[in-house]
Design a binder for this molecule. Sequence first.
Ligand SMILES: [Cu+2]
Length: 144
Amino acid sequence: MQISTAVQEKENNWLTILVTVVGIIVGIVLVGVVLARMGLLNGLRGGGTTAVSPGTILYTTEKMQFGQEVMRVEAGEPITLELDNKDMYGHSFDVDELGWHVQMPANDQVSAEFTAVPPGTYTIYCAVPGHREAGMVATLIVEP
Ligand SMILES: [Cu+2]
């Protein structure tokens, strides 16, 4: 009698532990799914921008468009622009106010080094006749 009661209690304890463990696992999976969805949405939202970083920025042109609508850099930080033109015709990368003018040969990569000052919002455009009008305009934000 005494023994069977003890076994019964032991089984109840194991059941409680099992339910708790399963609950924790389900909780972790749900949090993971939520985080994955947030990450996916962030990835989609971030598609048109580049992160603020003092290092190298990859900037592409393709199908008569700049790859990123907004480029963010920090004022005073030296940056290396890796300009990758995927089109079969030439483009240029121009920011008049900062004196940035880089030719982008057809289907080629060029790199250029700049230091962005002062802080502000500037217009990036392609100076090849007709390209700016066709949509080759973007925004450069120099963060203070
Ligand atoms: Cu162009």
